[in-house]
Design a protein around this ligand. Structure first.
Ligand code: 5GP
Length: 116
């Protein structure tokens, strides 16, 4: 069995973290160490470790992550100025928590897309 991460405990509210959004497929909450004025994580409720583990049966969930990101960007008032959505995968991608999550970053002019 693939090991759960802290995100599953947040989704189940076993670790109390204010939720910005939750439905049957995804949950969103603020990043604990924000890299921008707005830094929100959008995660599938089911544990999927990395993008490599996404299957066709996850397509609805992955699409929901984008529509929720769009709604949260509007709620944060950053939709018009713009924002960035990022999913890191494995070591080279800089993934630290092995439960897929989409970073929603904005509220300021973001730097270059890649810092190598
Ligand atoms: P990754 O590098 O895996 O793409 O991003 C993991 C993100 O999860 C990091 O930005 C990190 O700050 C955030 N994070 C790690 N642990 C926690 C936590 O317990 N609560 C919250 N809200 N964010 C976390």
């Amino acid at each position: 069995m693939i090991e759960e991460t802290i995100f599953s405990k947040i989704i189940r509210q076993e670790i109390p973290t204010p939720l910005l959004y939750q439905d049957d497929l995804v949950t969103a909450f603020r990043d604990i160490a924000p890299r921008a004025s707005t830094h929100i994580l959008i995660v599938p409720n089911n544990h999927i470790a990395t993008v490599n583990d996404v299957s066709e049966s996850d397509e609805l969930t992955m699409g929901r992550m984008i529509t929720v990101a769009k709604k949260l960007a509007k709620a944060e008032g950053i939709d018009e100025h713009g924002y960035r959505l990022i999913i890191n995968c494995n070591e080279d991608g800089g993934q630290e928590v092995f439960h897929i999550h989409m970073h929603l970053l904005g509220g300021q002019r973001l730097g270059p897309m890649l810092a190598l």
